[in-house]
Design a protein around this ligand. Structure first.
Ligand code: FAD
Length: 284
């Protein structure tokens, strides 16, 4: 019964369905970043399986000639970051993925998870960027620390996806009100747009998209020096509109059987999604 609701946000259980989604987006001039779903693992063997799923994904992108249209997004928890000795385990796994991505001319972006993982994720990013300078990272505007992190990241070649943040965080580390989060987002966005890196605006918020457009103009950014990113299945019409205006747009496309955590975060973000979900139990 939940399947049609899950399908709104997840491209499918398996790789071929993800490739169909990438091609459909490409037909509208929209690029993709693919997320093989999987997080909160408990065993090293799962970390290896997740790494291998990304290697298979990159291999398929290469075979299908889609390396120029799609990159990959990685959750380090799925690579074992949370296990004992997990920092090194995750680094080794994601390094293999970066090598495979580089070999087909595409990139890897590290998703950001809960606040306890930020130091480890940024340290892994710094290691990876030595050999793969185009490796990107997501930063969360709701974290009090992020303005400082963003200042350090707004450097040449650095790809930074700015998002509001999707995890439940305590007030000791994160802004709680929508207004404070939005203001922090704009401050971070200004630093990124004024800097030398490649900002990736990860938001569906119409006001923030508009502010990003204006800041890009103010700082004289060329259209290919930043991009908009939105989640698969959310505000599709806006994704199409931005792409039709000649702007760079990339959809974040999750796929895989392990969709529960991702799906629950999308429900939590928006009461309307919960209504949509509950209605699927009553209308069949
Ligand atoms: P909001 O104020 O939440 O939403 C603005 C408007 O967008 C809403 O009014 C609605 O019209 C639409 N909208 C927003 N969310 C939904 C939804 N779920 N369903 C339907 N409509 C919706 N978070 C992380 O913590 N780590 C990450 O690595 C990360 N990566 C992301 C990558 C991308 C490309 C994007 C777009 C988001 C990512 N997020 C990540 C999630 C992000 O932190 C927010 O939780 C999410 O984007 C909602 O915030 P918003 O900026 O869209 O604004």
């Amino acid at each position: 019964m939940t399947r049609p609701v899950v399908d709104r946000f997840v491209a499918g259980d398996a790789l071929p369905e993800a490739l169909v989604a990438v091609r459909a987006l490409a037909a509208h001039g929209i690029d993709a970043t693919l997320d093989h779903l999987g997080e909160d693992i408990t065993e090293v063997a799962q970390a290896h399986r997740n790494r291998d799923a990304y290697l298979a994904l990159l291999d398929a992108l290469s075979r299908e000639g889609l390396g120029g249209r799609a990159e990959v997004s990685v959750k380090l928890s799925a690579f074992g970051q949370g296990l004992p000795g997990g920092h090194d385990l995750a680094l080794a796994g994601v390094r293999r993925v970066c090598e495979a991505a580089e070999a087909i001319g595409t990139t890897v972006t590290l998703d950001m998870e809960d606040h306890t993982t930020v130091d480890s994720t940024l340290a892994i990013l710094a290691e990876l960027r030595r050999d793969f300078p185009r490796t990107g990272v997501a930063v969360q505007a709701y974290l009090l620390r992020t303005e400082e992190d963003v200042r350090a990241l707004a450097v040449k070649g650095s790809r930074v996806r700015l998002v509001k943040g999707a995890y439940k965080e305590p007030s000791s580390v994160a802004y709680q009100s929508r207004r404070d989060i939005d203001l922090a987002y704009v401050r971070c966005l200004r630093t990124l747009m004024a800097g030398d890196g490649y900002p990736m605006i990860g938001s569906h918020d119409p006001r923030l998209v508009e502010i990003a457009v204006r800041l890009a103009e103010r700082y004289g950014r060329a259209p290919d020096s930043y991009e908009f990113q939105m989640l698969y299945g959310i505000r599709d019409a806006e994704q199409h509109r931005l792409a039709a205006e000649g702007r760079r747009v990339r959809a974040y496309v999750p796929y895989g059987a392990d969709w529960y955590g991702y799906f629950m975060r999308r429900l939590a973000e928006r009461p309307a999604n919960l209504v949509f979900f509950l209605r699927s139990f009553t209308t069949r």
